[in-house]
Design a protein around this ligand. Sequence first.
Ligand SMILES: Nc1ncnc2c1ncn2[C@@H]1O[C@H](COP(=O)(O)OP(=O)(O)OP(=O)(O)O)[C@@H](O)[C@H]1O
Length: 350
Amino acid sequence: MPGSPDSTAESAVEELVERRRGKLHPAIARAREAVRATLAELPQGTTVLVACSGGTDSLALAAATAFEAPKLGLRAGAVIVDHGLQPDSAHVAATAAEQCRTLGLDPVQVRAVEVGSDGGPEAAARAARYDALRDAADELAADVVLLAHTRDDQAETVLLGLGRGSGGRSLAGMAPAVGRLRRPFLEVPRATTAAACIASGLRPWHDPHNDDPQYTRVRVRHEVLPVLEEALGPGVVEALARTAGLLRADADALDLLAADVAETALSRAEGEVRADVGVLTDEPTAIRTRVLRQAALEAGCRATDLTAGHVAAVDALVTDWRGQRWIDLPQGIRAIRKGGFIILGPDVTG
Ligand SMILES: Nc1ncnc2c1ncn2[C@@H]1O[C@H](COP(=O)(O)OP(=O)(O)OP(=O)(O)O)[C@@H](O)[C@H]1O
């Protein structure tokens, strides 16, 4: 029988905390080491911002960053996004900001956002959060924003992708570095961030959403992973995160190859994107579908709405041509085969 949802994590935390009272706690050391590895790649004088919700992971990240950044000649601040989704959200944000200031981070900014409804509440909150983080980074002239996703978050992301039947790019999970974003804790277990907070005397905010079983991620965390660990062994989280890393390397290589093919295969004219069937036909599926996905995005589909099923339907216009009509894609985009081209755009069927 798997234990109660939090019991495994709690005992791991207690064990870590008990093991070395008195010395620098191993969890604090681990958190700092992970942050140091990320920050060491940045030039002196860089400004980094910790994206801090006040939760366990991001508070541990704030503490480790406040400790490591000055030693590397970096300036470290924090940004707290107030999504306004709970009555006490302003208070939660103010408390997190105060904790960040006490840790020595400066500047610390709270940004209130309006969460829309596009794509459901979780996706809308995420989109608003990432916009706010980008705006804060612009305003505070920050070169890098640190996110506190852990190895457990990565494992959950892989399982969620598997459940959706996603392809390699999605199963590759979250990237350690993309644009200005960095994720120093991607190989750090959640139990370590929790232990680091306890050992540092930090009091994280407990997000009630993290216990709400209406969210698929919460069910994966509390119900699916404990069963997998019971059946497959305690290394399953680590194994899933490792798989993500391996698939990331593969997906990156395929993206590079596909970008080369796209240069020859795609052309743009008057709001349309054209994909040359002659060029795509002899390419392997992994390359064809990547190029067609890029074509659909360039034509105006949103990445979050464009599914593998959409791309497969467009691909069938290349590989299984039987004179079928157009394919409807998100955002009112259509794909149609005309002559030797797949033409994608809002108005291609006239
Ligand atoms: N309200 C927020 N303000 C600023 N950054 C945030 C906020 N919510 C989340 N983040 C950042 O995005 C990361 C992932 O968000 P998610 O909601 O998945 O967090 P989490 O795993 O519950 O982490 P935490 O325990 O820090 O809340 C967080 O670790 C944090 O760096």
